[in-house]
Design a protein around this ligand. Structure first.
Ligand code: SAH
Ligand code: SF4
Length: 393
């Protein structure tokens, strides 16, 4: 795939989607067509403020320009297959991509202070790949392997498509608090999502170039306008890419899916740890913290009998202290076909208390309704398997 700067007009014969291009890239195409640069501003306004998904809707562009755009670039919108969940709770979206592949996004309302500031209203969890190649033993996303990377526009579109859905759904009565951050009200009056977590299906740092291009667009004032500090990238521990991200000129938050504080436990759960063991991962995190001046967050799924023993809190506390990192404890969500289970509430609380005693900044996600809050990847997996069954039967 051709990478920024200067994305190709076509990749493997498929036209690039305009939502994979930055403002500068669109302006340079317009220059080559002898169109004034301010026309790019009009197009961006249609794409990211009004969220249109049809060239014909861009009524203030001259028809010949619309025709030229249509001939050279694509403009895809995600197709909603299913929205699951009730108002004011977590909502899961299953989307179909242009080639028929399925991905998920999860909308989490009024999620205070987990990954951002207390004022955050709506967080969207987005996917970066179809499936995942990393094969963590507990995760639904990796169960059927990796299919392909998402393109930048497919990552960006998850935000736009959820906001489109919200407008249709709520009509004049928008989801409460849907005006987004105050500084953006004028330009993005109907912005629903002001916080992003890159924790959906896939390993974001294994799709590095496309992720970065998508984040440029999601972050830019001319694009979706979500502040870099409101964007959290989660990784299972790709140490070299963490260092690469540390060198980028963005203040993204970084979350590490740790799930084990020793190589013995991590090796058992996450094959990536054999390639980049804890020593290497922690050093990369230190570099990230040093260069960005901000702390990483450690995600720790609690799995009964695997990583929830009281003795595990010692090495976890040591690691968290070394990185001055906050720890998020997440009770495991049961995945169909996998043997793992979440610990009892008493065991969860004990683990939490032991970490607190060791002066770790730690939170425990206490959730109800495990079904809808189930980790990303499960809805797609269920649907894929149902379709396969229907196809074979
Ligand atoms: N690949 C990246 C981001 C996607 S996974 C990563 O691993 O960080 C997002 C988060 O969901 C990770 O912390 C992952 O470990 C967690 N997760 C996966 N399956 C889960 C399950 N069944 N229950 C709870 N969390 C899960
Ligand atoms: Fe991939 Fe993350 Fe799931 Fe591991 S936890 S299989 S890296 S999506």
């Amino acid at each position: 795939m051709l990478l920024s700067p200067g994305r190709a007009w076509q990749i493997n014969g498929v036209p690039t989607d305009i939502k994979s291009l930055t403002r500068a890239e669109i302006e340079s195409r317009f220059k080559a067509w002898n169109e004034p640069a301010w026309r790019a501003g009009q197009v961006l306004d249609w794409l990211y403020r009004r969220r249109v998904s049809d060239w014909e809707a861009m009524t203030n562009l001259p028809k010949p320009l619309r025709e030229k755009l249509k001939a050279h670039l694509s403009l895809h919108a995600l197709e909603l297959i299913r929205a699951q969940g009730a108002r004011d709770t977590t909502r899961k979206f299953l989307w179909r991509l242009a080639d028929g592949q399925l991905i998920e996004s999860v909308l989490i309302p009024a999620n205070p202070a987990l990954y951002g500031d207390a004022s955050d209203r709506h967080t969207l969890c987005v996917s970066t790949q179809v499936g995942c190649a990393y094969g963590c033993k507990f995760c639904a996303s990796g169960l059927d392997g990796w299919k392909r990377n998402l393109t930048p526009d497919e990552i960006v579109e998850q935000v736009l498509a959820v906001e489109r859905w919200n407008e249709n759904e709520a009509g004049s009565k928008r989801v409460e608090g849907g005006t987004g951050g105050s500084s953006r009200v004028a330009r993005h009056a109907s912005r629903l999502i002001n916080n992003l977590v890159i924790m959906g299906m896939g390993e974001p740092l294994a799709n590095y170039e496309n992720l970065l291009q998508a984040l440029r667009i999601l972050n830019a004032a001319w694009g979706v306008g979500i502040g870099a500090r409101k964007i959290t990238v989660s990784t299972s521990g790709l140490a070299p890419q963490i260092r690469r991200l540390a060198a980028e000129p963005f203040q993204f938050r970084l979350a590490i899916s740790l799930h084990g504080a020793t190589d013995a436990v991590r090796n058992q759960l996450m094959p990536v740890n054999r390639r980049h063991p804890l020593r290497e991962l922690v050093a990369a995190c230190e570099e990230y913290e040093h260069r960005k001046g901000r702390r990483v967050t450690l995600e720790y799924i609690l799995i009964a009998g695997v990583n929830d023993a009281p003795e595990q809190t010692g090495p976890l506390a040591a690691l968290a202290r070394r990185l001055s990192a906050k720890v998020n404890l997440i009770p495991y969500n049961q995945v169909e076909g996998l043997p793992w289970e979440r610990p009892t509430e008493a065991a969860q609380e004990k683990f939490l208390a032991l970490l607190k005693k060791q002066k770790v900044a730690v939170t425990l996600r206490r959730e109800k309704g495990g079904d809808i809050d189930a980790a990303c990847g499960q809805l797609r997996l269920k649907m894929e398997r149902a379709l396969a069954k229907a196809g074979s039967g």
